[in-house]
Design a binder for this molecule. Sequence first.
Ligand SMILES: [Zn+2]
Length: 415
Amino acid sequence: MKILLTHIKELLQVRDTPVERLCGDQMKTLPTIKNAWLYLVDGKIDNYGTMDALPNLEADKLINCSGRTVLPTWCDSHSHLVYAGNREQEFVDRINGLSYQEIAANGGGIIHSAKKLQATSEQDLFSQSENRLNEVMRLGTGAIEIKSGYGLTLDAELKMLKVAKKLGEKHPIKVQTTFLGAHAVPPEFKNNKQGYLDHICNDMLPKVADEKLATFIDIFCEKGYFTVADTYQLLAVAKKYNLIPKIHVNQFNAIGGVEAGVQHQALSVDHLEVLTDNDLLALKGSKTMPVALPSCSYFLSIPYTPARKIIDAGLPLALATDYNPGSTPSGNMNFVVATACIKMKLTPEEAINAATINGAYAMDISGSHGSISKGKSASVIITKEIPSYAYLPYSFGSNLIEQVIINGQLMIKKI
Ligand SMILES: [Zn+2]
C-alpha cells in the first residue's frame, strides 16, 4: 500500500538523522518542513520533501493535506489499559472527601480492580481493553506500553499480559508489555509482603520470562506499597530474566526509588510528582528517562511533576497517560500534551518532543517510532485545518484530529 500526503501545511518532527532521545535544551527545537509531502510505502516512511520538488510518485491513496499539520503519532510509554470494569464510585467518594490512600485502605483502589479482573474471562478482558485501544488509536496514539498489575495472582497476571500481547498482534499499533506484579500486596498476603515478593520472584517471573510475555519489569516503590529494599530485591532477580526496569517512583513520597532505578539501569522512572535534588543528581549522566504523567496529577489534584526543573537541569523528559481505572481514566495523549504546556510550563516544542521521540525511547523503540525519518513506522496524525502547531495544546478541549495512520493503516473512516 502506497500513500502519498501532499500540500502538508507543516510536517513536524522531521529528523533526517534519527535521534535516540532529546535532553534539556535539545527539547526546545522541533524541526519541521512547511508545504511538504510525505510518502508512505508498505507501513514505512519512504520519503518526504517540499512541494516545489515533489517527484512523480505512484500512490494507491492520495491525501491532500492542505491547511493541515502532520506529525508522528503519540508514543504513550506508561499505561494500564488492560483492566476490568471501572471505578467511578471511588471518584464520587473522592469528591465527597476521601483520599486515594483512604480509599485503598477501605479495600478500594488496586485491590478492588484486581478482584474484578480475576473474575473476568480472558475473552471479556480482551474485548473491554480492545475498546479502549481503538479509542486511543483514533486519538493519535501509535505506540503504547501496557502493564499488568491488576491481577496479583499468577493466573491473573499472565491473563493480563496475554491480553496485552494479543492486542498488539491484532492491531497495527505497537504494544510493549510490562510485568507489574509488584503493584500492591494482595489480601492473601496481608502482613506477609515478603511472602508475596518471593512468590513474584520464584513463581511469576520465571513464567512471564518463559512465555516471553513482557519486555519490562515494574514495581510501585512507595510508602504503603513496596520499599526501596523490595525494589532492589525484585530488580536483581528480574535482571536474570533480562527484563528491563521501568518503575513507579516518587508519586507521593521521595524514598530513594529514583536512585534504585538508575542503579539498575532503568529505562525510565515514572511519576516524579515529588522530586528532590538528590533524585535530580542521580538522573544526571544516566540513560534513564524521567516520565511525567500530568493527567494523573489533574485527576487526583496532586502536584504536577516539576518538568521545568528536570528539563532546565539538562535532563530529558517523556510524557505519558498512566491510563488506568483509579487515578487516570483517560488515554488521551492530546490532553496530556496540552496539560503539560498549561500546568507544567512546557513549550509546545518540548511537549511534542516529550510525547513522541522521548516517549519512544522510554519504550525502547526510538529506532522505529517517534519521528518522521526514512524507514520508521508509517504512523502519523493528520490534524484538521489549524493555524499552527501551538494551536494543538492551546485549543485543549477540542478534537483536532482528522485522520490517523498507524503502520500504514487508516484508522478513521470518513463518512
Ligand atoms: Zn502507572
